[in-house]
Design a protein around this ligand. Structure first.
Ligand code: THU
Length: 130
């Protein structure tokens, strides 16, 4: 199963009753494991979480910390663009050359590098020297 197919599978489980916009995300980590997330909205709107945030949480909970590849899918006219906040979230665990493949249900895809999606990014190396 491709990473996009995995993202499409978890998208079906999204809890998006307010926006109606279901999103699925799949992360392959450096260990080869795949972690899935969908958006989970809340009646208190700002408490909702993005699909990417869910996939990152699953990865970290499993003890993985390095992202190798990302796929995101939604029913958008063009391949879905991760929101700005999720670009920052993904960047925390990604090298600059990690690719994010964006997709929609029509089969369109676009793949971009992390450093294209979030150039001149703020990251931990800018203050803790790790
Ligand atoms: N959403 C995501 O899950 N990921 C993104 O990168 C873009 C936006 C969700 C949040 C909200 O539940 C819905 O899409 C509409 O904004």
């Amino acid at each position: 199963m491709s990473l996009i197919e995995a993202a499409a599978g978890v998208r079906a489980k999204a809890h998006a009753p307010y926006s109606g916009f279901r999103v699925g995300a799949a992360i392959r980590s450096s260990s080869g494991a795949v972690y899935l997330g969908c958006n989970v909205e809340n009646a208190a709107y700002p408490e909702g979480t993005c699909a990417e945030a869910g996939a990152i949480a699953a990865m970290v909970a499993a003890g993985d910390t390095r992202i190798a590849e990302v796929a995101v899918i939604a029913d958008s006219p063009d391949p879905v663009a991760p929101c700005g906040g999720c670009r920052q979230r993904l960047r925390e665990f990604s090298a600059p050359d990690v690719t994010v493949t964006m997709a929609n249900l029509k089969g369109a895809t676009r793949t971009m590098r992390m450093d294209e999606l979030l150039p001149e990014a703020f990251g931990p190396e800018q203050f803790d020297g790790r």
